[in-house]
Design a protein around this ligand. Sequence first.
Ligand code: ZN
Length: 447
Amino acid sequence: MRRLFANGCVATMDDADTEHERGWVLVDGTEIVAVGGGEEPRRYQGDERVDLHGAVVTPGLVNTHHHLYQTLTRARAQQADLFTWLRELYPVWAGIDAEAEYAAARTGLAELALSGCSTVFDHHYVFPRGRDGIIEAEVQAARELGLRLVASRGSMDLGVTDGGLPPDELVEEIDAVLAETERLHAALHEAGAGARIQIAVAPCSPFSVTGRLMEESAALARRLGLTLHTHLAETVEEESYCRQLYGCTPVEYLDRLGWLDGDVWCAHCVHLSEGEVARFAETGTGVAHCPTSNLRLGAGVAPARQLVDAGVRVGLGVDGSASNERGDLFAEVKQALLVARGRGGSKAMTAREALRLATRGGAAVLRRDDIGSLEPGRQADLAIWRTDGLELGGADDLVAGLVLSGPHRVDRLVVGGEDVVRGGALTRADETAIARAHRAEARRFAA
Ligand code: ZN
């Protein structure tokens, strides 16, 4: 079926940053076939015309770092820095199982969908012994709600008795991690354009994973053609930990392990030297910028402007809901703009550059050239934002107005040609029922 989304303000996020003030997007099945401004293309019998009444159309947003299970444990360790926060939460997270993960993923994915996000990367690394089906549970939640999911088989194998941060009961054996990753790849991973479910390899961090598991994870990912991810350079405490244990900075440590490359992206990267920014650019390593989470934990502000200027692939992440209670990716667009300006002054980032991080930037970080912009041949992933509400009154520049007055509930979210949100409500699930089921599961994790 062909659908013409017409009479909207279309921000394509293509290479030339083309915008059509009175524009349209023509979708055939799962793909975009034409985009333009002015006169609408000829319609054929059976084509549907959707009048956007002046709404803004952007590509569906791409979230490059999350921990969906953390919706179960919000507003804990409220004044803690990263290591204190982790030490308080690890024992609580040890209670995770497939049922809890399913409820958590339904909630987290629903929130993201309603914030205009069509593709989600989830970094899951807590696998208590004997609890199966955790990744399958989040995959099921994504399929039901209609979002694209890149799920990672994360890992931790450096427990507290070996000098790591996590408790010993939460760490796994290397061989078991690798075998499980390979099994999930065979069972779930889709390759190529339009993929709905993908698997990434994502050992947790330098302070919870051994060098050997980092190296073997990279070897496995490269053998299977999967992307690689980890947390990096998030806090000053992490940097002193690495200096003490490995005699170098977190980035130097990862470089030494052969990680920095075009198939890798790292979350946070708050504490990078100028030389390390250049090293990211030179190797093609990407970054998931998570401004709200970094502020919430008092970790600092990543040098997003410098990374973008150096040519580094940069996307945005909401991060888990235990360190950013609001899983709203559009809120991160505005936050990225604000922190860049807080760091570098009023010219440090434009509204369109911030929006680009959440769309083209995120797609590049996940190594997806089929999403992230509105162009012929790309997937029909569209976020449609109303412009007739209170907060956009008086804004002539609708795209900038949208970013600066964010966050917003998306009016319509289309993923691969299918409506996932319509009229600001999920089309395939009931929001109230999701929240109710989630609260019942979350009670098991109560303090
Ligand atoms: Zn994280």
